[in-house]
Design a protein around this ligand. Structure first.
Ligand SMILES: [Zn+2]
Length: 71
């Protein structure tokens, strides 16, 4: 399952390589990334399917992923 935008897909690849889990959704939210902390205190990052500015959205996702204290 690939995101239609390459900038966003690149962030997803980075995240899954460092132990994040991708769960596909439908509609406005394309999917959710769950950090390696599997309890309910774990981080969730929501990926939009068609953000107005995909590069900006990718940057924000990468930033949110870097904020994770569990890795
Ligand atoms: Zn986390």
């Amino acid at each position: 399952m690939r995101h239609p935008n390459k900038h966003i897909q690149a962030v997803i690849d980075e995240a899954t390589e460092s132990g994040w889990r991708l769960v596909k959704c439908g509609g406005h939210v394309w999917g959710e990334l769950y950090c390696p902390e599997s309890s309910r205190t774990g981080c969730i990052v929501r990926i939009h399917s068609t953000p107005q500015n995909p590069e900006q959205h990718a940057k924000r996702l990468r930033h949110q992923i870097q904020q994770c204290p569990h890795d």
